[in-house]
Design a binder for this molecule. Structure first.
Ligand code: PMP
Length: 407
């Protein structure tokens, strides 16, 4: 059971009052990006109306306001992930930049020919391409944890891949293409037992479940603000403090140095050493407001409600013969991926759009896992806490109408 009033919560999101083709918008593209509550929109406007300044460098009042708000947002990310210190939270553009940062700093510094990196078959391209490029450049071996036919990671096969040459395991906590929730804590433990470092891609998990970095114990974890009801262009890289301080800077310039002469440069410690130049101050503060919003609703309550909604949608989808559900792991969050017999995915997407229902069709930047499941593309509705059973009904009804035309 759940005690969550999605109808009420929906009112906090102005865009959900939009109509599309004369129908109320049903936003089922949450895995691509989430909508923003009024409080986030207001917070960003407030920054530009009352606080806008560059941070850190000036003695004046607005610099102090902007700096305080920016560092308060870092504190909110720290609390949200249960990190031990604000020094472990680096603001980045999003999950993609966080992963690239680790690949170009720690990876460049520490990985050498013959070393091995493990990723899973479920990964988004953002957690494949940076590692593949590094592997090609340095002569590393990229190994892949296979999944079963339901789309869940095979832990026994993973165990066989780990060895003394394994330096890094990088994997997603929730698959954006199938919705699989991976056994993250176990994967981390096994990697550490083999002496490897671990990066968790939290892009699809932080909005659906409690993510506690002290409990999960990864070396790094990345997520994007825009998938957490916050703005685009901002996200966070969590890293263990000592490890971050051993990593060379990613970009360099202002803000990240302690002292510069033409002979020698001293860098700041983390997180400043990774925040060269003027960052996305307003959107970091907006992300802080998004975290406040989610925290007020309660991430556990959100997870419970979404679980109920996903089960409801899955049950109704399964009743439609001709639907092939792709990704049937026992532990799933938010995502339904499917094909409808007799229709291309684009046709299904367009039919849904006609009814105001926004879903993604395509390969979802996760081609390897879709190919593993025997398809090139899928239709992918993805749910969030502001979706209702009525939204699901509208979606299901449209599929039944399509089915009637063909069969
Ligand atoms: N990893 C996963 C699992 C994702 O779903 C996404 C976004 N689709 C990313 C990484 C990349 O996130 P961003 O585009 O916000 O950097």
């Amino acid at each position: 059971g759940h005690h969550f009033n999605a109808e009420l919560v929906k009112k906090d999101f102005p865009i959900l009052r939009e109509t599309v083709n004369g129908k109320p918008l049903v936003w089922f593209d949450n895995a691509a990006t989430t909508q923003k509550p009024q409080s986030v929109i207001d917070r960003i406007a407030y920054f530009y109306e009352h606080e806008n300044s560059n941070i850190h460098r000036a003695a004046h009042e607005l610099a102090a306001r902007a700096s305080d708000a920016y560092e308060a947002a870092r504190e909110k990310v720290k609390a949200f992930l249960n990190a031990s210190s604000v020094n472990e939270i680096v603001f980045v553009r999003g999950a993609t930049e966080g992963i690239n940062l680790v690949a170009s700093t720690w990876g460049e510094q520490n990985l050498n020919s013959g070393d091995e990196i493990i990723v899973s078959n479920l990964e988004h391209h953002a957690n494949i391409v940076p590692w593949k490029r590094l592997a090609d450049k340095k002569g590393l071996k990229l190994r892949v944890i296979p999944v079963d036919d339901d789309g869940q990671i095979l832990l026994d096969e993973y165990a066989k891949l780990l060895n003394s040459k394994t330096r890094l395991v990088a994997f997603t906590q929730v698959s954006n293409a199938l919705g699989t929730v991976t056994p993250a804590k176990k994967i981390v433990e096994m990697a550490h037992a083999a002496g490897a470092k671990v990066l968790i891609d939290g892009a699809q998990s932080v909005s659906h479940m409690k993510v506690d970095v002290q409990h999960l114990n990864p070396d790094w974890l990345v997520f994007s603000g825009h998938k957490l009801f916050g703005p685009t262009g901002i996200g966070a890289l969590y890293g263990k403090e000592d490890l971050l301080n051993e990593m060379q800077p990613y970009q360099s310039g202002g803000n990240m140095i302690q002292d510069v002469t033409f002979e020698e440069i001293k860098y700041h410690k983390a997180p400043n050493r990774f925040e060269a130049g003027t960052g996305n101050i307003a959107d970091a503060i907006g992300l802080g407001a998004a975290i406040d919003y989610v925290t007020k609703l309660g991430i556990e309550a959100i997870g419970q409600y979404e679980h109920y909604l996903l089960e409801y949608a899955t049950r109704l989808l399964k009743e439609i013969s001709g639907v092939r559900l792709i990704g049937t792991a026992k532990d799933k969050a938010s995502v339904l991926s499917f094909n409808l017999q007799g229709y291309s995915n684009d046709q299904v997407g367009q039919a849904l759009n006609k009814e105001g229902v926004a879903v993604r069709t395509g390969h979802h930047c996760a081609q390897p896992i879709l190919r593993r499941m025997g398809v090139e593309t899928t239709v992918r509705p993805s749910l969030a806490f502001y979706n209702t059973t009525q939204d699901v009904d509208t979606f299901i009804k449209t599929l039944w109408e399509l089915k009637k035309v063909k069969f």
